[in-house]
Design a protein around this ligand. Structure first.
Ligand code: ZN
Length: 177
């Protein structure tokens, strides 16, 4: 299967607002297949189209242990949130950084599947965290934006290395998405 390289920080596409999908055609299906293949080749649980270089509102998530249950969500919109949770997050596009982020712990959202059919679901726990992380990507936001300026000093060197195109020295270990 085709595998696509993952775009890394500070590539400007990670700061673009992704376009909604209008035609659920073979291009969309190819994009979804690439996303699933690319996610499967990583230890991550979520990936979106901008991370493989296409600024479209398409994301995939797979929280199953054997990566057998990919969920495809297109043009997702959060309707309502509740509660909060603090979770250590990381991102396949920002290797080497793990940061605790506070987000709502439950999310009601609507989206389309890859056939253009509407769906509405409620996610909690890691599903909710992963979904919000990916929806942030579609809006050009990164999880490091949600860290306070003082705490972000802790990973300033890693970001500088990524900006300079040098490999990061820090290992990534936890729930990348
Ligand atoms: Zn990410």
């Amino acid at each position: 299967m085709t595998n696509t390289a993952i775009v890394e920080y500070p590539d400007p596409i990670l700061r673009q607002i992704a376009e909604p999908v209008i035609d659920f055609d073979s291009n969309t299906h190819t994009l979804v297949a690439h996303l699933i293949d690319t996610l499967n080749a990583t230890s991550g649980i979520g990936l979106c189209a901008p991370q493989i270089g296409q600024a479209q509102q398409v994301l995939v998530m797979d929280l199953s242990a054997d990566k057998s249950q990919p969920e495809v969500l297109i043009n997702p919109e959060i309707i309502k949130t509740a509660g909060f949770a603090i979770c250590a997050e990381q991102c396949l596009s920002i290797p080497g950084i793990v940061a605790k982020i506070m987000r709502p712990s439950a999310v009601l959202f609507k989206a389309k599947n890859q056939h253009g059919e509407s769906l509405e679901r409620e996610y909690t726990g890691m599903h909710a965290i992963c979904l919000q992380h990916e929806i942030d990507h579609l809006q050009g936001k990164l999880f490091i934006d949600r860290v306070s300026r003082i705490r972000s000093l802790l990973f300033r060197n890693t970001l500088s290395s990524l900006q300079a195109g040098k490999p990061s020295l820090t290992a990534s270990t936890y729930n990348p998405s």
